[in-house]
Design a binder for this molecule. Structure first.
Ligand SMILES: *[C@@H]1O[C@H](CO)[C@@H](O)[C@H](O)[C@H]1NC(C)=O
Length: 434
């Protein structure tokens, strides 16, 4: 719905936008559709002395072979689990993925979770499970858990055109192993924890959750993954290999698997949102691409590849985020009032509000945000809104580090998304067709 007014407020009196430098270049528009190839692989990187994983050969050599294969097949976002003591060898042998998480350490310090990506991200977070069980296997030996990152499928890099971006919230996980009663309780708790995080942090966003779920639909006790499906996620294997139906019949995979019909514990869940659609196009166990020179396996898990197509929303789109990832001070707030009187505001209630009522055929179509440093953290200090009639409304104090945002042709700024509790720090604009 079209807002009827825009409100901005700043604790300091709104500063004049004097002396601002605008960079106007010829910028390629960010793509609004594309392909995404992902890989999930438990790389069996526990110290050889603790666990051979029934994989022959030298673990460092095997890690190098895994890293080289990561570079060879065009995977865009790779999630690894059990990436503990041979991590450096994998990263050294992968020569193509520019974005990588820093390891959280070997056994017993790290979670074994890492990501290698062709695409940049925001807000990487590691979360430890609230519950683990040593009923079978030593799940409490290391701080296992999940990771969160907001990956930019399009746009997302500041310095270019900030007006358009497509994001997907990407989670890697490694849940509790085993089938004893206490393992099942821990695993249910783990999946509930991821689901609660998604509900809190990924509301309204497309999501990918993939990793080692230690679960099979064929086990009656593995109720947690069915719960994920019930919460609105889909499983790429269920959709593409099983016609959308979950089966309780056990079909175990060989390694490497010669069929994609069988079930492993390594799973890929996804959901679309009004901002971005994810459609699975191909599912494959790709153990055959991860073999030693003598033909032996490199891991006791079949790596899983899924190819998706993605598309920006047809009724909602968004811009890049601007500002720092801190839940602290922002210029006091931005508000919108809809024609029916409903109003939304973010960023606190202080400051002096300035309001611009929009005319009947007038839309909010452009914005400028300026960020700066306060106490060593990046925050937004200034906003200026521009309407289709060329009128402007500003608040805050301009800095020299500004970004401009323009709604796509035929669209308008319908709202915004930010991060934080009482305040707004990062901000992105949400667009809707006029
Ligand atoms: C999946 O994507 C990769 C990388 O783009 C490509 O090489 C591969 O052919 C695709 N596989 C299928 C089955 O479409």
């Amino acid at each position: 719905m079209k807002p009827s007014s825009i409100t901005t407020a700043a604790a300091a009196a709104a500063a004049a936008a004097a002396g601002l430098a605008f960079a106007h270049g010829v910028l390629a528009a960010a793509p609004t559709a594309g392909d995404l190839s992902i890989l999930s692989m438990n790389v069996a990187g526990l110290p050889a002395i603790l666990n051979s994983n029934d994989v022959p050969g030298d673990k460092t050599t095997n890690a190098q072979t895994i890293g080289a294969a990561f570079s060879r097949y065009g995977f865009d976002i790779i999630h690894v689990q059990e990436d503990f003591n041979y991590h450096a060898a994998i990263y050294a042998a992968d020569t193509t993925h520019p974005y990588r998480t820093a390891t959280s350490g070997g056994v017993p310090f790290g979670s074994g979770l890492n990501t290698l990506s062709n695409l940049p991200w925001l807000d990487f977070t590691r979360v430890k499970w609230d519950r683990c069980s040593d009923a079978s296997s030593s799940d409490c030996l290391t701080p296992k858990g999940f990771t969160f990152m907001r990956v930019a499928l399009s746009g997302g890099l500041t310095g270019g055109d900030n007006s358009a971006a497509v994001y997907v919230d990407v989670y890697n996980m490694h849940t509790d192993a085993g089938t004893e009663a206490d393992d099942l309780v821990a695993r249910q708790s783990n999946i509930n924890q991821v689901a609660a995080y998604i509900a809190a942090w990924s509301a309204g966003n497309a999501v990918l959750v993939y990793g080692d779920s230690n679960s099979r639909y064929s086990r009656a006790g593995d109720t947690a993954i069915r719960g994920l499906l019930a919460s609105g996620m889909s499983d790429a294997w269920v959709e593409l290999e099983r016609g959308g139906a979950v089966s309780a019949v056990e079909t175990l995979c060989g390694n490497p698997s010669t069929t994609d019909y069988c079930e492993t514990v390594d799973k890929v869940f996804y959901r679309s949102s009004p901002l971005a659609t994810l459609t699975p196009a191909a599912f494959a166990y790709v153990g055959g691409r991860f073999l030693q020179a003598d033909g032996n396996i490199l891991s006791d898990h079949n790596p899983v590849q899924v190819n998706f197509t993605w598309a920006a929303g047809s009724a909602l789109r968004q811009s890049n985020f601007w500002g720092g990832p801190h839940g602290t001070y922002w210029l006091d707030g931005v508000g919108l009032t809809l024609a029916d009187g409903t109003s939304f505001s973010h960023g606190g209630t202080g400051g002096t509000a300035a309001t611009l009522a929009l005319g009947a055929a007038e839309y909010w179509v452009g914005a400028q945000l300026c960020q700066g440093q306060k106490s060593g953290e990046t925050r937004n200090f200034y906003i200026r809104a521009t309407t289709s009639a060329g009128r402007t409304l500003a608040a805050g104090t301009a800095t020299e580090d500004c970004a401009t945002f323009a709604a796509p042709a035929g669209w308008h700024i319908a709202g915004y998304v930010g991060q934080g509790g009482d305040e707004v720090d990062q901000l992105a604009f949400v667009y809707a067709p006029r």
